[in-house]
Design a binder for this molecule. Structure first.
Ligand SMILES: [Zn+2]
Length: 237
């Protein structure tokens, strides 16, 4: 039984158990269009302001994943795994309930128990200046199978702030954090049809090491919202 459940996990994380494969990409422009008022109601916000990230930490054992190890890494070819699995060094469920931290300043774009193979999920969005080009870029993180969610959709977050705890999806898996970083901020919970390449997905450890320290800029920047499709009736920011 346990082996069976372990085998199911990559299927969920690869999107094979997703709810709808249709229309993965939403354009940011669509949310702008939806924001136009037709009934005299205030227009919906199409962007929010966040601090530019001053660096990226690891999501467990902050800031350097001390006390944890990466049980599985990013794998873009079958069997696919679009992120990393972080476990406590003591093994088993010893890490159940351990803190999961925001890797950088940003905003929560999705924080719900979506059940299925994911359970409690928190997605966060970050803006950062790539030192190699000077360009401001965006990325999303996904934190899956959480025991508890400690933030709400739309909430601003700071690097190192606790956003939840490590879980097992209510006993479906041995406790661990499934953690992703995406360059593509339209994926949300609908990964079907998204090309499995490094344009859309980052290798989390490589990304964090690359942007470990960034200059603090005391100036908020706008990040797009309304980029996700609904998932199981849940809407992102
Ligand atoms: Zn995983």
């Amino acid at each position: 039984m346990d082996a069976f459940l372990r085998l199911r996990q990559p299927a969920w994380e690869a999107g094979l158990g997703g709810m709808s494969a249709a229309g993965t990409f939403w354009q940011v422009g669509r949310s702008l269009l939806f924001g136009l008022s037709v009934l005299g109601l205030p227009a919906a916000k199409a962007e929010v302001k966040v601090n530019l990230a001053d660096g990226f930490d690891f999501p467990v054992g902050k800031p350097n994943a001390e006390g944890y190890y990466k049980a599985r890494g990013l794998r873009l070819r079958a069997p696919q795994h679009f992120g990393e699995d972080w476990n406590g060094r003591s093994g088993g469920d010893s890490d159940l309930g351990d803190p999961v931290y925001a890797v950088a300043d940003g905003v929560v774009t999705f924080a719900y128990n979506v059940r299925t193979g994911w359970g409690n999920v928190v997605l966060t969005r970050h803006a950062y200046r790539d030192p190699s080009t000077g360009e401001v870029k965006y990325c999303d993180t996904l934190n899956g199978h959480l025991h508890q969610i400690m933030v709400k959709t739309g909430q601003a977050i700071k690097r190192g702030q606790q956003i939840g705890t490590i879980g097992s999806n209510f006993g479906m898996y041995p406790a661990h954090l499934h953690f992703e970083i995406r360059h593509n901020i339209t994926i949300g919970m609908q990964r079907s049809g998204v090309p499995s390449d490094l344009v859309n997905w980052a290798d989390p450890t490589q990304f964090i090491n690359q942007f470990r320290k960034l200059n603090r800029e005391w100036r908020p920047v706008a990040v797009p919202t309304g980029t996700y499709q609904d998932y199981g009736g849940f809407s992102g920011l």
